[in-house]
Design a protein around this ligand. Structure first.
Ligand code: ZN
Length: 220
């Protein structure tokens, strides 16, 4: 067998406790098997997971496709999300749109909102938060926008915004947040857990945040 590390020749070196043939490389002094049962460490798994997350594949379906355990999938999703940095809010852009998207965790009474902001020019999501539809939640995103000197924030007619955004930097009318409303539909199509009238939903708050983070910012 060819060594997986230095591609010189390996010699047979007994068997593992569970059966498969072991090999030993004299050159780099490493033991190895031709094939492993455990697929989670195969190269490429970690790049596949974010792609599947963004294409409406749930955790259990991902486990079936990649032939690894569902627990491993959710662990990896959390690890990948933790490694993603939030991008900076781009300077020199004229307007940003902000909206909330309703979803729930575990049961339909436990409602949550994904409040997020998007640059009208680049359509890039710059910030988001998951929480109740309250002043406290929305303030975090709004303050981030205001502090980075965003000239105008477009929102729907939710009353909370009026108290958070200064009048001269706020636009709220019926038809000016079309980009983000369209993006809401993308979100519901591309993330399985946000789909409506399906039996798919989020079981945990952290997982919902992690998936959103991957969807918005992975590879950006
Ligand atoms: Zn070797």
């Amino acid at each position: 067998m060819e060594c997986k590390f230095c591609s010189s020749n390996c010699q047979k070196a007994g068997r593992q406790k569970n059966g498969p043939q072991k090999f030993y490389c004299v050159h780099c002094k490493k033991y190895q098997q031709k094939e492993y049962q455990y697929c989670a460490y195969k190269p490429g798994i970690n790049t596949m997971i974010p792609k599947l997350v963004c294409n409406s594949v749930g955790i259990n379906s991902m486990a079936r496709i990649l032939q690894i355990a569902a627990n491993t999938v959710s662990k990896r999703i959390r690890a990948i999300a933790a490694s993603i940095m939030k991008p900076c809010i781009p300077l020199g852009r004229k307007s940003f749109e902000m909206d909330e998207l309703r979803t729930y965790i575990r049961n339909k009474e436990n409602q949550y909102w994904v409040a997020y902001a998007l640059c009208s020019d680049t359509k890039q999501v710059v910030d988001f938060i998951v929480g109740k539809r309250s002043k406290r939640t929305l303030r975090i995103v709004v303050n981030n926008l205001l502090l980075s000197g965003v000239p105008t924030i477009k929102t729907d007619r939710l009353n909370i915004y009026r108290s958070l955004i200064p009048k001269d930097r706020h636009v709220s009318a019926a038809y000016n947040i079309n980009h983000i409303e369209r993006n809401n539909l993308n979100l519901r199509t591309h993330l399985k857990r946000l789909g409506r009238r399906t039996i798919c939903y989020s079981k945990s708050f952290n997982m919902l945040c992690a998936c959103l983070k991957i969807y918005f910012w992975y590879g950006a």
